[in-house]
Write a protein that binds this ligand. Structure first.
Ligand code: PA5
Length: 448
């Protein structure tokens, strides 16, 4: 089976080769630091060999829980935010029929998400949608105290118990959280919910291959063994003993840093297949939280082409030349559809009649790539043989390993996120949370 593949020749003309080689030459040392857990953030390296360490028994247990929820529920609500949400959402959006809801097909519950915003309208409409349906809840929070998730869970648990009964709720609420700490753990233990543990040494944005991502994906009816197998293959391909020049993760990390050094401060991750939209969202969180600190870091953005060629295309082609793009290019689509011929040809499209839609898409991709390179936008390309569990697993692990190397090359701790606490402190002060009395007083004075 082919693997995902990275090509960087359209980025080379934009960087100093010595700078690129300098970053690449650091990979040996950085890999060693990752392996020996001597790098910054070394308490959070549980993801590094996670794919190859997951056992069949562990996956069977997740599949059994998923199967039980599938039998009982028409809908399963996944409550979580950030790393406790985006991985599962990415897989489900990529693999589900665009118009069939997030699930593998009939007979599988629809999976919907909550806990990733504080919108009253969203939660109201979700309750309306769930009304009269048999629904379960997967409550995902590593800390067990995240406000967005906790509010949603409180509301949903209450609604589930009231509308479907306490026994049904107890059977169909699963908690994925810390082994010991946090409100989600306490509540799960008190109520007797089935629980899964998010390992201490796996940070939120690196947790997609723990039950955080695996359980919702299994509930929706997709193949988690294939997801893990793909990731394990990438773990092998990007391992410390693979020479840096042959190691996709190392090459991507080194080129990103060389581009950054050349003044390219923004990276757009591009897809030509809207099913990958949330893979890009997952990637943005991974790179944004891992590298954006200490006044440094490439700004990770994403676009769906060709849709966004009609909105962001102008900026990308001719705006400030501080941008580069990484395109995730799907080699083989899952369906076949040809453009019909039309006797009148009023739309002038007969020149492509009989062609696959995907052929036109591929020409849009190639034409855009060439135009962008001509316009001063360096381009890297990741070929993905097909959109399925196996290759999504490959993408996940590739991006994780490259992110760790890239952050370490940049000289930051890729595994912390101190900046995300600041908004929470202000929000709690404004809401008069007990323990925040001093902050409440200070913020009120500031607003007077
Ligand atoms: O990557 C991270 O650590 C964060 O994005 C978290 O995943 C997010 O804040 C949710 O945290 P928790 O799982 O503790 O509710």
């Amino acid at each position: 089976m082919d693997n995902i593949k990275l090509t960087i020749e359209n980025a080379f003309p934009f960087v100093d080769e010595n700078v690129y080689n300098g970053f690449l030459s650091k990979v040996g040392q950085l890999s060693e630091e990752l392996e020996s857990a001597t790098c910054a953030g070394s308490d959070f390296l549980g993801w590094l060999h996670l794919p190859s360490s997951l056992t069949k028994e562990f996956l069977d247990d997740i599949n059994a829980t998923a199967e039980a929820m599938r039998r009982d529920c028409e809908v399963v609500v996944v409550a979580g935010i950030g790393g406790s949400y985006l991985g599962a959402k990415a897989v489900l959006e990529a693999l589900s029929d665009t118009f069939g809801g997030l699930r593998a097909g009939d007979g599988c519950p629809r999976v919907v998400f909550a806990g990733n915003n504080i919108s009253e309208d969203y939660l109201f409409e979700l309750k309306e949608y769930l009304s009269g349906k048999r629904f379960g809840i997967i409550n995902i929070s590593k800390s067990g105290t995240t406000t967005e998730t906790a509010i949603s869970f409180r509301l949903l648990k209450d609604f589930c118990e009231a509308s479907l009964g306490k026994d049904f709720a107890r059977r169909n609420i699963v908690a994925v959280t810390d082994a010991r700490r946090g409100a989600a753990r306490q509540m799960a233990d008190k109520e007797g919910y089935k629980t899964y543990v998010i390992p201490d040494n796996v940070g939120g944005r690196f947790s997609v291959l723990t039950p955080v991502g695996l359980l919702p994906v299994a509930v929706a009816g997709f193949d988690i063994a294939q997801l893990v197998a793909g990731a394990a293959e990438m773990e092998r391909c990007c391992a410390a003993d693979v020479p840096a020049g042959d190691n996709m993760a190392a090459v991507y990390a080194a080129m990103r840093n060389a581009l950054y050094a050349a003044g390219k401060k923004i990276e757009i991750l591009v897809n030509y297949n809207p099913k990958l939209h949330y893979v890009m969202e997952w990637w943005k969180q991974l790179y944004g939280e891992s590298e954006g600190k200490d006044g440094k870091g490439i700004f990770p953005a994403s676009v769906d082409f060709s849709t966004d060629l009609h909105s962001m295309g102008q900026w990308i082609q001719q705006g400030e030349r501080t941008i580069f793009e990484t395109v995730v290019s799907v080699c083989k689509v899952n369906h076949e559809l040809r453009i019909p011929s039309d006797a009148e040809n009023l739309d002038g499209l007969n020149f492509i009649a009989g062609k696959r839609i995907d052929e036109v898409n591929k020409m849009a991709e190639l034409g855009t790539r060439l135009a962008h390179v001509d316009g001063g936008v360096p381009n890297m390309r990741i070929e993905m043989p097909q959109v399925n569990e196996y290759y999504i697993g490959q993408l996940f692990y590739f991006f994780e390993k490259a992110c760790a190397l890239s952050g370490l090359m940049l000289g930051v701790n890729p595994f912390n996120q101190p900046g995300v606490e600041d908004y929470k402190k202000n929000m709690f002060a404004l809401l008069d949370k007990p323990g925040y009395e001093k902050e409440s007083q200070a913020i009120r004075q500031r607003l007077d």
